[in-house]
Design a protein around this ligand. Sequence first.
Ligand SMILES: NC(=O)c1ccc[n+]([C@@H]2O[C@H](COP(=O)([O-])OP(=O)(O)OC[C@H]3O[C@@H](n4cnc5c(N)ncnc54)[C@H](OP(=O)(O)O)[C@@H]3O)[C@@H](O)[C@H]2O)c1
Length: 253
Amino acid sequence: MDLPRLGLGTMGIDDPAAIETAIDLGYRHLDTAQIYDNEAVVGEGIERSPIDREELTVATKLWVDRLGADAVSESVEASLERLGLDRVELLYVHRPRGEYDPEGTLPALAEVREDGLVGGVAVSNFEVSQLERFRDVLGRSPAANQVEYHPLFQPEDRLEHAREHGYPLVAYSPLSGGRVGDVEAVVAVAEKHDVSPEQASLAWLLAKGIYPIPKASSRAHLEANRAALDIALDAEDVARIDGVEREEELYPE
Ligand SMILES: NC(=O)c1ccc[n+]([C@@H]2O[C@H](COP(=O)([O-])OP(=O)(O)OC[C@H]3O[C@@H](n4cnc5c(N)ncnc54)[C@H](OP(=O)(O)O)[C@@H]3O)[C@@H](O)[C@H]2O)c1
């Protein structure tokens, strides 16, 4: 799958106009989830946009109480119904807990993929041992692993696993939930390039080959985040943010 370098996180977005604006500004990867309760909002934004559906990568996530082998197919169909789409490009296991059972859930997801409802079976919040289990059960890597990754939380082992097996690591909360402005190293890199700390954080992730999905609701933020695609950090900048020692995990398991 050719995943766009920068996507849009939609958690908390409840206005289709924000989705429409994002697509208008060039966003081609939209990330939602059953638990965000906004699949219909995302679908409405897509519907309003003149951009061809084929140009978009739409991702949703099955919540932990809908991961039983018997529940998966119906649950995916319900998501598609809310989105108003006949397929999604990425379908995630949101978290490996609740009804998640690798031997039951994963073959059921593979079947939904074979039926054409889903482009790729992906995972979120998976540890390396759980990624290895996925590979054992399905005989291939997930289409993506989406994890919390930002200057204040850098799970290196997940990045290494993604690089080794050649699938994208998608970074959620890439702006530390809007807090990167108080991280000294990020501010220093931002000042050097005359950009905002949020843009510096995204440029750092992009330079590392990670796929960030910042959430933004205003046109100004949506635009500013897209502009991060044009910021080239050097190795010293990347190393400086890599070296941030303060750790704040926003979504501990
Ligand atoms: N898989 C999972 O378990 C999981 C968990 C959490 C999140 N996620 C995904 O990751 C996405 C992003 O994570 P997140 O929402 O936690 O946090 P985030 O993207 O790190 O930060 C979002 C916050 O930053 C603000 N912001 C955006 N662009 C900005 C800019 N250029 N300058 C200043 N502030 C800016 C936003 O404000 P405005 O809204 O006002 O623009 C919002 O308050 C979610 O929407 C969701 O799709 C996945």
